[in-house]
Design a protein around this ligand. Structure first.
Ligand code: HEM
Ligand code: HEM
Length: 180
């Protein structure tokens, strides 16, 4: 994988910040459903937004990984404390895994519950046969990983600020859209 640019290509930067917005929407919609009574349209709408946004995260992540593997990107961090270098590598890998596993689990839950999601007039196909018990188990796993996501993504943001303002490594410049 080529690695020597001073910043990420604009396409990857746009995908990074788009993912950030989608993640915020995904959490806000599913946590926000609790403000509405069960069975109301508003609650169903909140869930629908969660499904559509979540599936969009899956699409953007595939696109991002393809770009990432074929683009020239900045070299991995090599200066600073060893634990920070290791935590950064592990953290980024876990984030990519999270961005793939969560939407796929969500899609499996919907399939196992026998529900269908329509996006732009198309019905998202079921991944597995209807199985409510399996749906419940998958939902528990999805919710647990979702809670872990707060720590993972919160940690990522704190580390970004730590790199920038404590270690003064100016990593934000690598994730800032620039005219070239
Ligand atoms: C919550 C949603 C977010 C996700 C899913 C996410 C994900 C990622 C991933 C996977 C990378 C690694 C890029 C690569 O090398 O392939 C990355 C890099 C980066 N992120 Fe985020 N990020 C999020 C939010 C943020 C926020 C809010 C900030 C700023 C406070 C931020 C700042 C950065 C910076 C500066 C880098 C570049 C690090 C480097 O060049 O080594 N991210 N992000
Ligand atoms: C990165 C993407 C996703 C994230 C971060 C995420 C996060 C979450 C979280 C945190 C919860 C639990 C909320 C709570 O504890 O009350 C949840 C619930 C749920 N999610 Fe996701 N999710 C994602 C994608 C998806 C997708 C793509 C689908 C389906 C197409 C989906 C379907 C569900 C369902 C069915 C529930 C249970 C809702 C309920 O019973 O009311 N999720 N999700």
């Amino acid at each position: 994988m080529p690695q020597n640019a001073s910043h990420y290509p604009n396409a990857l930067i746009i995908l990074h910040w788009l993912t950030f917005i989608l993640i915020v929407l995904s959490y806000a919609s599913i946590e926000g459903r609790e403000f509405f009574e069960r069975g109301t349209d508003m609650r169903d709408n909140a869930k629908y937004i969660h499904f559509v946004v979540g599936l969009s995260i899956l699409l953007t992540t595939f696109a991002r990984i393809m770009f990432r593997l074929t683009s020239i990107v900045p070299a991995a961090l090599s200066s600073g404390p060893q634990w920070v270098i290791k935590a950064t590598k592990l953290g980024h890998s876990l984030i990519y895994l999270f961005l793939l596993v969560m939407p796929i689990l969500g899609w499996l839950i919907i399939s196992a519950e026998g529900k269908s999601v329509d996006i732009f007039g198309m019905t998202v196909p079921s991944l597995i046969a209807e199985d409510p018990e399996l749906g419940k188990t998958l939902e528990e796993i999805h919710e647990t990983i979702g809670k872990f996501g707060y720590a993972l993504l919160g940690g990522h943001m704190l580390m970004a600020l730590y790199h920038q303002y404590v270690l003064k490594q100016q990593l934000f410049n690598r994730m800032k859209i620039t005219r070239r």
